[in-house]
Design a protein around this ligand. Sequence first.
Ligand SMILES: Nc1ncnc2c1ncn2[C@@H]1O[C@H](COP(=O)(O)OP(=O)(O)OP(=O)(O)O)[C@@H](O)[C@H]1O
Length: 355
Amino acid sequence: MSLAARIDAVRGSFHLEVDLDVPAGSVLALLGPNGSGKSTVLGCLAGLVTPTTAEITVAGRALAGVPPHRRGIGLLSQDALLFPHLSAVDNVAFSPRSTGAGRHAARERAYFWLAEVDAVSLADRRPGQLSGGQAQRVAIARALAAEPELLLLDEPFAALDVDAAPAIRGLLRRVLKTGPTTVLVTHDPLDALALADHVAVMNDGRIVERGPTREVLSAPRTAFTARIAGLNLVAGTAVPEGLRTASGDVVSGIPAADVVLGEPAVAVFPPNAVAVYPHDGEHRGSPRNTTDAVVAALEPHGPVIRVRAEGDGWAHGLTADLTPAAVAELALEPGSAVTLSVKAATVSVHPAAAS
Ligand SMILES: Nc1ncnc2c1ncn2[C@@H]1O[C@H](COP(=O)(O)OP(=O)(O)OP(=O)(O)O)[C@@H](O)[C@H]1O
């Protein structure tokens, strides 16, 4: 069920103007800072915010004038928002019940989805007896049990503590692989990397950049996206040491709790974790995570100079932040041959959406 939306909306002095196209079954992440309009987009899609003008179609069906509960849309927000007086299984069964399923069929479907999110053992508990992560599992089951044509996720990990978030992220990655067309709102590039095929970066009510997630975040075309992403990314497959790239290089790093060996992953590290040495220099740091490269560009970046590298293998597109004094000392200029080194302890390895 593909989504196509052209939305124009005004909220006070804020003006939103976006268009979105999300192919059937894929996940689009809307990434942007506070106040950029992400929640307003979700509100318009869900029918909770009235746009000035909007053309929204899901699987070719126009949603203009359709009330929220008839839109075939599932919404999962930061807080699970379960009905406090119903058990977990009755909360999940509520979705199919409200679309006409009989009591028995609804409970059966509820147990199916509770099993999908590893929460069958919680079936008889009330929301007040669930942790934040457990409640969010049940809320995911409830959203999916409605079998929505479009799933909207509004910062689904924001209210979870750091220990619970990776498990829920892993779970969503699993169910979204075969799940409905999804729009995910987040301000965390790692959420986009883990879950989204495509990303649209929002600023001040507009989409300033869009494309395949890894492409946009690893080679941002606008300074704004670079600031949001602000990270080096190397794509590959998770291995015990860290990650193996398509060309067979291993980048060592610390795996996040939700990494699965053999699955797509990205190694992530900030530009200030990359050390730059002259190509034939003696100081190569630790022999791990060392690669030859050529300086492609030097860009002022606040108090530092951001060195953009090109080369074969995983060096391509990496950025390193150096002080102006270091750039002068190394006599760096576009075309300089260098060796880059990244300490494994500064590299985190995260699961990535397969794209
Ligand atoms: N009910 C409202 N009335 C007037 N202005 C509003 C209302 N709701 C939101 N806004 C304004 O619309 C703009 C976009 O808000 P929105 O919540 O969509 O951004 P966001 O990107 O989701 O931000 P956050 O990440 O903080 O949730 C903001 O400037 C906000 O102040």
